[in-house]
Design a protein around this ligand. Structure first.
Ligand code: FAD
Length: 438
């Protein structure tokens, strides 16, 4: 029986593997059996669809290849042209297409190791997970030829990426986007993609005096505003024609308190990460989204950007908001992500309801999948975009942070480590999982 099946070979799913690789533990783990399943024909994920820059520094992506424990099979990656290209962005923000290419190169090397020592299933769709009475799991898959198969393991890691839910969330009592008239709507996931930006450019060119309404006040919203301003169609926009409609002011990342003070940013004691002294380390806007905020908020040395304004959604009544949405040339819901899921059945064949299926946080302690009625599944883990893992205080992060930590660095370090250790604990003591499955 395999040690684990990892469903989804994006930056999240590869997290525990990359952590193990950095610490010299990967060959041994692969020899005990790890299968990675992905519906795509490669490992590395889906970041390449976005036409914007990363909000993490290039150096954070390079760190995993610099680790002393890296197995011989992965060391040549350090000298590949894509790693040198990434190194040029060590202290700046690389385009996401480069991050994607870089992750795919790591994916190719890992695929070689998996195929040689363990199991790799590309172009393969995971359909469902079945918990077994002995505490193991079976993952139902459909291969490239349409044939069905089952992978049996002690545990599984669900890392399918994220999805946006924007139609049915209440903006105001009784007001959802599902019951609004809209000329054009494009959720941020689409708006930030290369194809979405081309579409937005066409809309902007013909916008007249109508507004572009971005709903939400976090990373995606500010990234959308910044990306739209870079389009040719945005050149003729008038003052205030792009509106970010937010419920609260975003938090902003600074390397330390002094940098925040220099930028006239008020820092509360709870905004500081005790481990690194950084301000809003987990929840703060970074990269180009942060620069967008600095331009709108007229921070020192930032070029003012009058085409974008922010408005407080709380101050609008439902009718007023509904009218703004109906009149806008384009509405961009930017409400973040929840994690994708797949059906999970208990040992008696009953379908379980995951918390994430109801739009809630996907994982709890040790990144284990949460059930909607409470409790978690001992041998099923979740990692990646939208899972909502709450970092324990030992991992640092600002006490005021109440959002999601979606970061490749965390998947490949702290969160990857948590899952790796829990999986190995299960291998040593499978009885705990059996008791819950029964
Ligand atoms: C616009 C945007 C910008 C971001 N920028 C950054 C950044 O700068 N820095 C950072 O650290 N993080 C960033 N993130 C957050 C996050 O780290 C990335 O989204 C990251 O790529 C998430 O990886 P993932 O593995 O969760 O998802 P994905 O990369 O989407 O991988 C999921 C994988 O699961 C596979 N899959 C899905 N369903 C199935 C199935 N049923 N069977 C088999 N395979 C399946 C898919 O094919 C895919 O390969 C960004 C997110 C977004 C949306």
């Amino acid at each position: 029986m395999l040690s684990s099946v990892i469903i989804g070979g994006g930056p999240g799913g590869l997290g525990p593997i990359i952590w193990a690789a950095q610490h010299g533990l990967l060959p041994d783990w692969l020899d005990r059996g790890v299968a990675v399943v992905d519906r795509q024909g490669h490992l590395g994920g889906t970041l390449g669809r976005f036409g914007i820059h990363s909000d993490s520094l290039g150096g954070s992506y390079l760190e995993c290849l610099e680790a002393a424990g890296l197995p011989a099979e992965l060391r040549p990656l350090r000298d590949e042209p894509v790693a040198h290209e990434m190194a040029r962005y060590r202290d700046s923000f690389p385009p996401l297409v480069l991050v994607d290419r870089y992750m795919r190169h790591i994916g190719v090397a890992l695929a070689g190791m998996l195929a040689e020592r363990s199991a790799l299933h590309l172009c393969t769709e995971a359909q469902a997970i079945h918990l077994r009475p002995d505490g193991s799991v079976e993952v139902e898959i459909t291969g490239p030829d349409g044939g069905a198969n089952v992978l049996a393991a002690r545990s599984a890691v669900v890392a399918l990426g994220g999805r946006q839910r924007w139609m049915h969330g209440e903006l105001k009592p009784g007001l959802t986007l599902a019951n609004c008239r809209m000329r054009e709507v494009m959720p941020s996931d689409r708006a930030l993609s290369t194809a979405g930006l081309q579409e937005a450019d066409r809309i902007l060119a013909d916008v007249g005096r109508r507004r572009i309404l971005i709903l939400g006040g976090s990373h995606s919203a500010y990234s959308v505003a910044g990306a739209f301003l870079g389009l040719a169609g945005a050149e003729r926009l008038a003052e205030g024609q792009i509106v970010i409609l937010q419920r609260r002011e975003p938090r902003i990342f600074y390397p330390d308190r002094e940098a925040a003070q220099e930028d006239r940013y008020d820092v509360a004691p709870g905004d500081i990460c005790p481990r690194t002294q950084r301000v809003n380390r987990m929840g703060g806007l970074r990269g180009f989204g942060r620069e967008m905020w600095r331009q709108i908020a007229l921070r020192p040395r930032a070029k003012p950007e009058p085409r974008v304004v922010t408005m407080d959604m709380q101050r609008l009544g439902a009718d007023e908001l509904g009218a703004m949405i109906a009149e806008a040339a384009l509405v961009v819901p930017s409400f973040g992500y929840r994690s994708e899921t797949l059906p999970v059945f208990d040992a008696g064949g009953e379908r379980l309801t995951l918390n994430a299926e109801l739009g809630g946080v996907a994982v709890g302690e040790q990144s284990r999948l949460l059930l909607s009625e409470g409790g978690s599944l001992p041998n099923l883990f979740g990692i990646g975009l939208g899972t909502g893992y709450k970092l324990p205080t030992s991992m640092g992060g600002e006490p005021n942070f109440d959002g999601q930590a979606n970061s490749l660095w965390l998947y490949h370090n702290d969160i990857g480590a948590i899952i790796y250790r829990a999986i190995h604990e299960l291998e040593r003591h499978p009885a705990g999982a059996a008791a819950v499955a029964a």
